[in-house]
Design a binder for this molecule. Structure first.
Ligand SMILES: Nc1ncnc2c1ncn2[C@@H]1O[C@H](COP(=O)(O)OP(=O)(O)OP(=O)(O)O)[C@@H](O)[C@H]1O
Length: 281
């Protein structure tokens, strides 16, 4: 299946990390909501460029952790490592106490890892509601072909339950009035909310949000903050909007040139001289 990005270019959605599309099962990351994340001594190199050097931090269950740092600090590379799109040359990633460093991205997605991207990935030719519904369809309806043909009551119940959940998530993300709009017709901020709704549809265990406020107006940003705060899900977010980060995150990890230069609460980070130096030069 393909997804349309902000540019209108069709993008491959088959990484299995966004909304869990196209995969089935339940392995890889599982642990339900409130799953602890541990990154330990992770290093990644691109030729001579050390994108991540010995990066370590923990996110306790249910906390919201911001990853901040100047351009090129290694934030996207870190997300790629945690979601399984890139293997570190050394170090490990553990989710709910289980080492997932060698677990493929698709299995992490099956286990409940959801990620949104800097460049939004939604199904442009589906309505907003169907985008969210599609994020749940990967589990299948149960009962196989026979159930498909016979329309078993259990299958119909599941379908009703999913549709109820779609409406719930749309309301949470402020998208109810847009439920029948085609995703491709929406401005980037709203598409970003659709992507978030897809990620939230089936109770993620671990949520990675890449620049979630980008393209959102002030009201949408405020709502996003409320949504993220209301979740029990362990959440990691890369974000340049410092006001948002300071308000929404329980803790921050600051990267600079691939290294962790500070970890702490927003208040601690605000006053940290190393952070000020990295940002102000
Ligand atoms: N595929 C790649 N090949 C070579 N170098 C790369 C690749 N991806 C990232 N890098 C380099 O690794 C370093 C970290 O990049 P990364 O994209 O992770 O940083 P970032 O903090 O996400 O930056 P930004 O805020 O600009 O998105 C940078 O020096 C970047 O040029």
């Amino acid at each position: 299946m393909t997804m349309s990005g902000e540019t209108g270019v069709e993008r491959d959605g088959g990484t299995g990390v966004n909304g869990g599309t196209g995969v089935s099962g339940g392995e890889g990351v599982s642990g339900g909501t409130g799953t602890a994340l541990t990154v330990e001594a992770v290093s990644v190199s691109f030729g001579g460029v050390r994108a991540l050097s010995d990066v370590s931090f923990e996110v306790p269950p249910g906390q919201v952790c911001g990853v901040i740092g100047p351009n090129g600090a290694g934030k996207t590379t870190l997300f790629d490592v945690i979601s399984g799109l890139r293997r570190p040359v050394s170090g490990s990633v553990s989710v709910a106490g289980r080492d997932t460093t060698a677990v493929p991205a698709v299995r992490r997605a099956r286990g409940g890892l959801r990620r949104t991207f800097q460049r939004t990935q939604v199904f442009g030719r589906l309505t907003v509601a169907d985008n969210v519904l599609a994020a749940m369809e990967w589990r299948g309806g149960g009962g196989g072909l026979l159930a498909d043909l016979a329309g078993w009551p259990a299958r119909r119940r599941l379908e009703r339950e999913r549709r109820r959940r779609v409406e719930e998530v749309l309301a949470l993300c402020g998208l109810t009035e847009l439920r029948d709009a085609y995703a491709a017709s929406l401005p980037v901020g709203q598409r970003r909310l659709v992507e978030l709704a897809r990620a939230l549809a089936d109770d993620p265990a671990l949520l990675l949000l890449d620049e979630p406020t980008s393209g959102l107006d002030a009201d949408q940003t405020a709502r996003l903050g409320e949504v993220v705060r209301s979740l029990d899900t362990t959440t990691l977010l890369v974000e340049h909007d410092m006001g948002f980060v300071m308000e929404v995150c329980d803790r921050l990890v600051v990267l600079d040139l691939g290294r962790v230069i500070a970890v702490g609460t927003p208040a601690e980070i605000r006053d940290d001289p190393a952070v000020r130096a990295a940002y102000l030069g």
